[in-house]
Ligand binder design. Structure first.
Ligand code: ADP
Length: 463
């Protein structure tokens, strides 16, 4: 099995070319041999009929002396290669020097073997290569005469043999030349592929922004290079996203860890009363809780990216789910003196992952409460129209500026980092909301007026 594509292509090309060439030679050889035989037959037929005509005239002139007439005709014609033999019934009248080769019995047999007025037959037993014979019969005053023109196939056989010899030398040479040419052509044709492979080999995670040069290679290779470049672009983008994600995640993890370490260091630096230890442990516990929330979120997003989250689809009522979420956010809203209103009277059956949908609504409600000043209002509502379901969470909070509105769904993005941190946020809540909505074939929309409030609408489709 040939590994190199260049050699494989050359081998295929060569095999195909050789078969074609052989076929062509066989056809040409056959056609040539046939045409030589046909030419010979035509010339023999002319010779036989000319001799027959002359013999008839001589017979008339010599008052039926067949032997004399035949000798005259033979002398007059002086055939070069052919044997002209004249017979009366089965008896040879004349045949010049050639009749010596023509035994009487054989001639008689020949006369019987060549019936009819004018025919051409093959005589395979004649000489080394056989012969062709044309006969012409006629009757003169009731007597039956046969004129035969015979030519051995020796000269044709010699010509064909020399042709075969020439072909036997020329064919391998031609195949060799074609092989060499084919190899050079495939090498030239595949050279850009080698160059591309070399360029691709130099690309690593460090220089994913590099691209293959397309140049003016053949269309197929241009397509290949373009697809490869597109793949590189996608890889580059996901690498960049991953790098940013890891960077942001480590940055976020650093703060709570620093707080925990600092708190422990300070507390352990000297002996303290039990109350101080308790206070310090409470701070550490709070930070550890924050940390595990962050790690949970990161893990969820990483799983979502890897496509490893299996939705647990079940029948549920979205109105019940929304009411429960409002109930669980109620204590936080009350502690911040925010009025929380939940409008979801009618039953809205839905098929989805209850845990994830709950998480999505809680994130939105939580944000709405956290980014609304005391005395404000947060309202949650549910609308269903045919297959469309809309969950709307509106607040009268600080709102989001248009330039931030486009980016709030990005991971770790915070419109106002200091305020978000103050609100215990990592900038991951909305990216999780977006992922959950999309994994339920839905989407999230945001309308916001800075200073007046924000409205998040989740559009879901019932199946
Ligand atoms: P965080 O944990 O920081 O709240 P999110 O992804 O939930 O992260 O939100 C991203 C950013 O969007 C927040 O930092 C905040 O600036 C802004 N934001 C989210 N919800 C609201 C809202 N209801 N009102 C005003 N700003 C909001």
């Amino acid at each position: 099995m040939l590994k190199s594509l260049r050699l494989q292509l050359t081998a295929w090309y060569l095999a195909f070319f050789s078969v074609l060439l052989l076929l062509l030679c066989v056809l040409l050889y056959g056609a040539l041999a046939r045409s030589m035989e046909q030419r010979l037959d035509a010339s023999l037929t002319v010779q036989a009929s000319t001799a027959a005509k002359l013999l008839a005239e001589e017979l008339e002139e010599m008052h039926g002396d067949a032997v004399g007439a035949a000798a005259d005709v033979l002398a007059e014609m002086q055939p070069a290669g052919e044997v002209i033999a004249m017979l009366e019934d089965a008896e040879v009248l004349a045949g010049g020097a050639a009749t010596q080769r023509l035994e009487l019995a054989a001639a008689a047999q020949l006369a019987r073997a060549v019936p009819g007025n004018q025919t051409v037959v093959a005589l395979p037993g004649w000489g080394t290569h056989g012969a062709r014979a044309a006969s012409h019969q006629f009757t003169y005053r009731g007597r039956r005469f046969t004129v035969l023109a015979v030519e051995p196939l020796d000269s044709i056989a010699a010509d064909l043999q020399s042709l075969r010899r020439t072909l036997a030398i020329a064919l391998p040479l031609l195949i060799l030349l074609a092989g060499g040419g084919g190899y050079l052509l495939t090498r030239r044709g595949l050279a850009p592929l080698g160059a591309m492979a070399e360029q691709a080999g130099r690309i690593s995670s460090q220089n994913l922004s590099a691209r293959l040069e397309i140049g003016n290679a053949a269309e197929e290779l241009t397509l290949l290079a373009a697809s490869f470049n597109e793949l590189l672009s996608r890889l580059d983008q996901s690498f960049e996203t991953m790098r940013r994600f890891v960077q942001d995640a480590s940055h976020e993890l650093r703060t709570p860890l620093a707080v925990i370490r600092g708190e422990a260091d300070v507390t352990l630096s000297r002996e303290r009363p039990a109350a101080e230890y308790r206070e310090s442990l409470a701070t550490i516990q709070q930070e550890a809780q924050r940390l595990s929330r962050l790690v949970d979120d990161l893990l969820n997003l990483a799983r979502a990216d890897a496509g490893r989250v299996q939705l647990r689809i079940e029948e549920l009522y979205l109105n019940d789910l929304l009411a429960e979420c409002c109930r669980s956010v109620q204590p936080l809203a009350a502690s911040r003196q925010i009025e929380l209103e939940c409008r979801c009277a009618a039953d809205v059956p839905f098929r989805g992952d209850e845990g994830l949908l709950r998480r999505m609504v809680i994130n939105l409600l939580d944000n709405a409460v956290r980014y609304t000043a005391p005395g404000g209002k947060v309202s949650a509502s549910l609308e269903a129209q045919g297959a469309d379901v809309r969950i709307r969470i509106a607040d009268t909070g600080i709102g989001i500026a248009p330039e931030s509105a486009r980016r709030v769904f990005e991971r770790f993005y915070r419109a106002d980092p200091s305020r978000s941190r103050e609100q215990d946020g990592f900038g991951l809540g909305l990216s999780i909301v977006k992922w959950i909505a999309e994994s339920h074939h839905g989407q999230v929309e945001l309308h916001s007026q800075p200073g007046e409030g924000s409205t998040f609408t989740v559009h879901l489709a019932r199946q």
